[in-house]
Design a protein around this ligand. Structure first.
Ligand SMILES: [Zn+2]
Length: 289
């Protein structure tokens, strides 16, 4: 099955990605591009419909099987339960949910596909950190299943392979993109709640976009800091613009993780205090990268 149709244009140059549980940053130094996207914003309304029907199904299940729940509304132990009964109406609700989920999955796939095509139109060398999508799942649960970042990366790999583009998934430990500053070389581990990279040397950037920028400068499994230093003056403004105009469908609220309140140094006098917090890896459960 062809994943890549010739009508799609394959770009030239390197694209750096930073993938979070619900968002993706796309930066290309070669194409002077910086974008911040939320995965599957368009699916949110459908998700609401599904949740509403699931609640309805739950009410029907309780009404049809009053003896299978205790006084607190919990399902009784298997040994105390009777066989589950399903009314025709409950079955109809179940069917509706299944149909909506099928449609949601198809729509999600097409949204992911369009985003992958867009990324490949920007370049034929795609760099991103190799992330543990299992740990995403553990930490963020529902949102990950709904926005499916792991599925996105899988689709990216397949489409890139059939378009003869390279995908470099480099290890987090060797590049440390979420904690390093390209300009002064400082390495500071930031908790995930800190959405901006603000270094004393003067480099300020939205965290995810900055990681994607640095990903452009990775060769093999190493960050080539010299490339970042050279490219930064031209990219700085682009990254700022992308942070203030994330690609969210109209009428949607910007997700908190985009760092919408801006860098701390603009709103508070005590910049950098959170950046300074160094925490041992084992305790740092909020940190993915
Ligand atoms: Zn610095």
């Amino acid at each position: 099955m062809p994943y890549w149709k010739s009508k799609h244009k394959l770009g030239t140059g390197t694209v750096g990605l930073d993938i979070g549980p619900s968002t993706i940053s796309v930066v290309s130094i070669d194409n002077k591009t910086a974008e911040l996207h939320q995965f599957c914003t368009e699916l949110e309304d459908r998700q609401k419909d599904i949740r509403r029907l699931q609640r309805k199904q739950d009410r029907q299940r309780r009404a049809n099987n009053p003896d299978n729940f205790d006084q607190k509304g919990r399902v009784k132990a298997r040994s105390e339960r009777k066989a589950w009964k399903k009314s025709a109406r409950q079955k109809a609700t179940q069917e509706k949910i299944a149909e909506l989920k099928r449609r949601e999955a198809a729509y999600r796939k097409s949204l992911h596909g369009a985003l992958v095509n867009h990324i490949l139109s920007l370049g034929n060398q795609i760099n991103l950190e190799k992330l543990s999508y299992r740990s995403f799942q553990r930490m963020y649960g529902k949102s990950v299943g709904f926005r499916a970042p792991g599925m996105f990366v899988e689709l990216l790999r397949r489409k890139a392979a059939s378009a003869a583009a390279e995908v470099n998934e480099f290890p987090t430990w060797s590049t440390r993109l979420s904690s390093i500053c390209h300009s002064c070389g400082t390495v500071e581990k930031k908790p995930l709640s800190v959405r901006w990279h603000e270094c004393e040397c003067g480099v300020v950037a939205q965290r995810d976009l900055y990681s994607a920028f640095l990903a452009c400068c990775v060769e093999g499994d190493r960050l080539v800091a010299g490339q970042a230093v050279e490219a930064w003056p031209a990219m700085d403004a682009l990254l700022r613009a992308a942070a203030s105009e994330p690609k969210v469908a109209t009428g949607r609220r910007k997700p908190e993780s985009f760092g919408g309140r801006g860098p701390r140094s603009q709103s508070h006098s005590s910049a950098n205090t959170e950046c300074k917090q160094l925490r041992p890896l084992s305790q740092d459960r909020g940190e993915v990268a």
